[in-house]
Write a protein that binds this ligand. Structure first.
Ligand code: NAD
Length: 284
């Protein structure tokens, strides 16, 4: 039997509708606000930023957009971040990655206030996540958890295998699965006999960036397969999973597009709302 297709578009729409409803009920304060900074002309980044803006508009979140020239200096960028850090009407600050080569991304992230770091990339937020006291949840991994929850797929006691160990996806994904009591294995480019590990998975998360990398023979029957990968190919967007064949083996599977992707923005909007609530809680 073919796998159940996990519909990230539907779930993300539901989350956005819930947020919209909550935000529409705010009548005595300003609405939440997200500031997005884009440096340069990267076409994919422009699409991501546009989608974030549309998401904000839909939910009633004020979106401030800063489109900076490719040659913007570190000093100019840090000045803008500093201004936004100190602006009480801004709840979230996001600097779209990748930055042009002359700008040190790590240094830039370190300068965003952890209380406004809605991407949860700041070392303080990464550390807090590690010890189970997160301020913000990392958007893409949290989007995966929400999809599993929405489909009543329990993580506790399951063998969870994550392929990929990046700071943005693989590592935080593993921590979140662990926090839900999964037994987690992280695989990466140096893993030996990858297939023997992926075959043990009850829940398999692919975050590699190589189209069709995960094939049906790497997946045991009834595994839940989550495809985080997005690669732009001449045949459109492709995930890391050979969807057509793996769906015949898996119990649940996310498509690309329409799986994890839309969840990332929904989680970003939720984080902005969370930052907003925290701001007003601190004023009391
Ligand atoms: P990355 O390049 O930083 O990391 C890729 C990881 O894959 C590395 O840790 C590497 O060890 C592992 N890898 C590479 N080749 C491998 C191999 N042969 N065997 C096993 N592991 C291997 O990428 P990333 O930022 O983690 O992103 C991964 C993918 O997820 C990309 O396609 C990216 O576009 C996508 N992504 C999607 C979303 C979303 O919203 N859906 C968000 C972020 C990233």
């Amino acid at each position: 039997m073919s796998a159940i297709i996990i519909d990230g578009k539907r779930v993300s729409q539901k989350i956005k509708d819930e947020l919209k409803e909550k935000i529409s009920k705010i009548d005595d304060k300003r609405p939440p606000c997200l500031a997005v900074i884009l440096v340069g002309e990267d076409p994919a980044s422009k699409v991501y930023v546009k989608n974030k803006k549309l998401g904000c508009e839909y939910c009633g979140i004020t979106s401030l957009h800063y489109y900076l020239d490719e040659n913007t200096s570190m000093e100019e960028l840090l000045q803008l971040i500093d201004k936004l850090n100190n602006d009480d009407s801004v709840d979230g600050i996001l600097v779209q990655s990748p930055l042009p080569k002359h700008l040190d991304e790590k240094y830039v992230i370190n300068n965003i206030s952890p209380r406004k770091d809605v991407d949860a990339f700041h070392p303080i937020n990464v550390g807090k996540l590690m010890i189970g006291e997160p301020i913000f949840m990392p958007c893409t991994p949290q989007g995966v958890i929400r999809l599993l929850e929405e489909y009543n797929i329990s993580i506790e006691g399951k063998n969870c295998v994550v392929i990929g160990r990046s700071n943005i996806v693989g590592k935080p994904m593993s921590i979140l699965l662990l926090s839900k009591n999964g037994t987690v294995t992280i695989c990466h480019s140096r893993t030996k006999d990858l297939k023997s590990v992926t075959k043990q998975a009850d829940i398999l998360v692919a975050a590699i960036g190589k189209p069709n990398f995960v094939t049906a023979d790497m997946v045991k029957p009834d595994t839940v397969v989550i495809d985080v990968g997005i690669s732009r190919t001449e045949n459109g967007l492709k995930g890391d999973v050979d969807f057509e064949n793996v769906k015949e083996v898996a119990s649940y599977i996310t498509p690309v597009p329409g799986g994890v992707g839309p969840m990332t923005i929904a989680m970003l909007l939720e984080n902005t709302y969370k930052g907003y609530l925290e701001f007003y809680n601190q004023q009391v």
